[in-house]
Structure formats: structure tokens, C-alpha cells
Design a protein around this ligand. Structure first.
Ligand code: ATP
Length: 338
């Protein structure tokens, strides 16, 4: 039995959470892979109700669980996810961009993953004012850069596709910080002679993601660039509704959609739950590796294939060109899982 903590979130978060709980319950009941789910509050609602975006009970319940699923939260996102990533040392943010059939996408043949350093860069919140100037601290350290590079090379080896890592930075302008990142990645590359290593400036990468996305296999980059490029890459293959993500540390992991709380469509039963369902698929993969559990891997593969088949059969939510509600889409997945 795996203990899963679930942050239900704000905006479309609760709807997506219900979808994922329904599917996890189906897996528990029909596919004989056991889960206990604890729903937790964090985000705007939690801030209003308790005065804290990440209440202490939520934090301790997450620490007592084996893995966390997190639906998107609203305006208080920085006080939730950024804090969790640092507190739990979830240093690798993994954002795959994979083609699914019949998407309103630029390309239908893409399979890449962005490995984003998750603990440093401009996202540590170290900003201050000096007279009439605003200053932000950008810290890029050698240990964190080497650790994320190692993760990227191992990802390229495990994927066994193009076996290529592209290190993305802007070292021609940010010579010290991105210079260090680039050098650290190049050093780690020497330990992986079977993986092709290349370097690319972030502006060229943003262009190539549109022009020749098939060139990419694994992109490794710093925190801010990774955040921006992964929204772009998700659009290349079909939009945020299909974009899952993982935050991984050595001992713990948290899985969440790439997108935010999408208040414009909240409460309308039209959000695409695939982003969260595919995040759960990544969770099953991680559990299978951590606990050497073959059953988890099989169920994860089945879940991904089911999402693939469902959208291939034209059963889709509005954002990807269909007319199904969140609940109808979820029901279809459930009916095919049993
Ligand atoms: P953030 O700044 O936290 O990323 P945001 O409000 O700028 O949040 P998102 O919430 O990430 O942006 O989403 C942008 C738009 O994409 C939403 O307004 C919504 O229309 C669409 N969208 C995002 N996620 C989904 C989804 N799961 N299903 C359908 N549409 C979605």
C-alpha cells in the first residue's frame, strides 16, 4: 500500500483532483495496486482559511507520505511549490513534451523532456530594493549544476531514444553564472561518452523548439529558462492540458501539472485532466523505480496507453478540440482501465 498525499489546489485544481482520485481508486479496486490517499489543503483557499498558504499540518502530512500529487494552486503558488521544492530538496523538475494523436499541435512526432534545475537561479526569492533599483540574486552553484546534469544524462540513457543532452544557457551574456552551469554540464558529460552532448543559447533554443523540435531529446537548463521553455514545448505538442511534470529528489517526489490554476475555466467541468493523469503516470514510474515494483510500471504503462487511445478515438476535452467534460473524459479512462 502506497501512502499518497494530495494537494487539491485552487481554480481547476479540485476538479482535476477528483479525476485523479477516481482513477487511483479504480486502479486500487480493479488493478490490485493499493493506495491510501490523503487530501490536503494548500494555496489561496488555505491562506484564506488558515492564514498560511502551506499550513503546518499539510507540510507534516506530506512528509509522512511516500509521494505527493499536487494540483495547481493560485496566486500563492510561490509560497507553496517553491517552498516545497526547497524544503524537500526536489532538485530535478522533469517536464516531458510528448506528442499525442489528433492534437491542435505544431508537430505530432515529438518526444522530448526538459530537465530543469529546481532549487536555484532567480527563483529563490532573494530580491531587494537599493534606493530606486530592484535587485534579484541569481545563484548558480557547481554542486547543483552537476547534480542536475547527472540527472539529465541518466534520463537520456534510460530513455534510450536519441541519447542526446542539450545544455541550454546564456553564457555569452551571463558569463559567470551561466558560464559555471555550462562548464559543470560539460564536465559531467565526460562520464557519459555514449550520450551526445551539445550546448545551445536559450534564445536559439526557444527558436529551435518551434523550427526543429525533433532535434531535441533531453534539455538540461537552469530554473527560469526551464520554466519558460517547458510552457513553449508543451504548446508544440498540444497545449498545457496535456503537460505533466515531476519534482524529484533523492528520497521524495512530487507530481503536478505544468499549468497553473486556470481560473478562467474553473468550476465549469471543462478542464483537461490529462495533465494531472499523466503526472500520476510519472508518479507510478517513480514508485516502480524506488520500490522496485514491476506492477507499478505495468499500471503506469497501461494508464498512458489508455490516455493515448482515448484521445486517438476523438474523446477529448475542449482545449484539445473535443467536446467532452472533465467528468466524461475521466469516466472513459476508468471504463477502459477495468
Ligand atoms: P500560472 O501563472 O500559475 O502558470 P496562468 O493563469 O498564467 O497560471 P495557466 O493557469 O497555467 O496560466 O493556464 C493558462 C491557460 O491555459 C488557462 O487560462 C486555460 O485557459 C488554459 N489551461 C491551462 N490548463 C488547462 C487544462 N488542464 N485544461 C484546459 N485548459 C487549460
Amino acid at each position: 500500500m502506497y501512502n499518497v498525499s494530495l494537494i487539491t489546489g485552487d481554480g481547476i485544481g479540485p476538479e482535476l483532483s477528483e479525476s485523479v482520485v477516481t482513477i487511483l481508486k479504480t486502479i486500487h479496486d480493479k488493478l490490485d495496486l493499493k493506495f491510501s490517499i490523503k487530501r490536503l489543503e494548500a494555496g489561496d483557499k488555505a491562506l484564506k482559511n488558515t492564514g498560511k498558504a502551506l499550513p503546518d499540518e499539510t507540510m507534516s502530512a506530506i512528509k509522512n507520505s511516500q509521494v505527493c500529487l499536487k494540483a495547481p494552486v493560485g496566486e500563492s503558488a510561490a509560497d507553496v511549490i517553491v517552498v516545497l521544492r526547497r524544503a524537500l530538496d526536489l532538485y530535478a523538475n522533469i517536464r516531458p513534451a510528448k506528442s499525442y494523436p489528433h492534437m491542435p499541435a505544431l508537430r505530432e512526432d515529438i518526444d522530448m523532456v526538459i530537465v530543469r534545475e529546481n532549487t536555484e537561479d532567480l527563483y529563490t526569492g532573494q530580491e531587494f530594493l537599493i534606493d530606486n533599483a530592484a535587485v534579484a540574486m541569481r545563484i548558480i552553484s557547481e554542486p547543483a549544476s552537476k547534480r542536475i546534469a547527472k540527472y539529465a544524462f541518466e534520463t537520456a540513457q534510460n530513455r534510450n531514444l536519441q541519447k542526446k543532452v542539450t545544455c541550454v544557457h546564456k553564457s555569452n551574456v551571463m558569463r559567470v553564472t551561466d558560464g559555471l552551469f555550462s562548464k559543470a554540464c560539460a564536465e559531467v558529460a565526460k562520464d557519459y561518452p555514449d550520450v551526445t552532448f551539445e550546448q545551445m543559447y536559450v534564445d536559439a533554443c526557444a527558436m529551435n523548439l518551434i523550427r526543429q523540435p525533433e532535434l531535441f531529446d533531453v534539455i538540461v537548463t537552469t530554473n527560469l529558462f526551464g520554466d519558460i521553455l517547458s510552457d513553449e514545448s508543451s504548446q508544440v505538442v498540444g497545449g498545457l492540458g496535456m503537460a505533466p511534470a515531476a519534482n524529484i529528489g533523492d528520497d521524495f517526489a512530487l507530481f503536478e501539472p505544468v499549468h497553473g490554476a486556470a481560473f478562467d475555466i474553473a468550476g465549469k467541468n471543462i478542464a483537461n485532466p490529462s495533465s494531472f493523469i499523466l503526472s500520476m503516470r510519472m508518479m507510478l514510474d517513480w514508485l516502480s523505480q524506488k520500490y522496485n515494483d514491476e506492477k507499478c510500471r505495468q499500471v503506469g504503462d497501461t494508464l498512458e496507453k489508455t490516455v493515448y487511445d482515448v484521445v486517438k478515438d476523438g474523446i477529448k476535452t475542449k482545449d484539445i478540440g473535443g467536446d467532452k467534460t472533465t467528468e466524461e473524459f475521466t469516466k472513459e479512462i476508468v471504463s477502459r482501465l477495468v
